[in-house]
Design a protein around this ligand. Structure first.
Ligand SMILES: CC(C)(COP(=O)(O)OP(=O)(O)OC[C@H]1O[C@@H](n2cnc3c(N)ncnc32)[C@H](O)[C@@H]1OP(=O)(O)O)[C@@H](O)C(=O)NCCC(=O)NCCS
Length: 165
């Protein structure tokens, strides 16, 4: 019970949770579970954490490396993140985000980027910052949480796994 890292036997349940969580989301291409598979295959899943209760996985979050054109080597992307529909608004999503940020901070990461709803992520120190851009994404939905003040501006690219069909 609680938060822990993914183990191999979790993978089918995580995949189902993530696929189902995004089903009714208009902006989703419903490929998030395949993105996770592609990140795993590429050895680019920097973190895969679950929240479980009574042996059931209720929430999941992933981190993967992102590149920034300024060349800083320690930036990460948060997502996908998903909580089982019936278990939302209990703070599970927030707790997963907070744990990711704690881990990145203690591992001396420079920044964490994501594409998401500002209503949710602004509670966790994410801001839309015009110094950082992600081509094709409206600036208000491209958000960053920086761990240092002097991160050079640049264009950000997520891992190629995010472009899986
Ligand atoms: C996004 C998602 C992971 C959130 O999970 P959750 O467990 O419901 O999240 P929480 O319970 O921590 O937060 C839910 C609510 O609390 C609000 N909240 C979170 N932290 C807060 C804080 N510190 N202070 C005040 N409000 C807060 C959020 O804005 C949200 O409000 P809303 O639902 O009215 O918009 C979940 O809704 C989900 O799986 N959605 C489908 C997949 C998805 O959209 N993933 C994210 C893509 S960007």
């Amino acid at each position: 019970m609680g938060f822990r890292f993914e183990i191999p036997t979790d993978i089918p349940e995580i995949s189902k949770l993530v696929e189902t969580a995004f089903l009714d989301l208009e902006i989703s291409q419903n490929n998030e579970h395949r993105i996770l598979d592609a990140l795993r295959d590429a050895n680019a899943l920097s973190l895969s954490m679950i929240y479980e209760e009574n042996g059931e996985i209720l929430g999941h979050v992933a981190l993967s490396p992102v590149k920034i054109s300024s060349g800083d080597g320690s930036c990460f992307g948060l997502g996908p993140i998903a909580v089982k529909r019936e278990e939302r608004h209990r703070g599970i999503g927030s707790a997963l985000v907070i744990r990711c940020l704690e881990m990145l901070r203690t591992s001396n990461a420079s920044a964490c980027f994501l594409v998401g709803n500002p209503d949710f992520y602004s509670h966790h120190g994410f801001v839309a910052d015009s110094r950082y851009t992600l081509p094709g994404v409206p600036p208000e939905f491209f958000m960053v949480h920086t761990f240092r003040d002097d991160l050079p501006a640049g264009e950000v690219s997520f891992h190629p796994a995010f472009f899986v069909e």
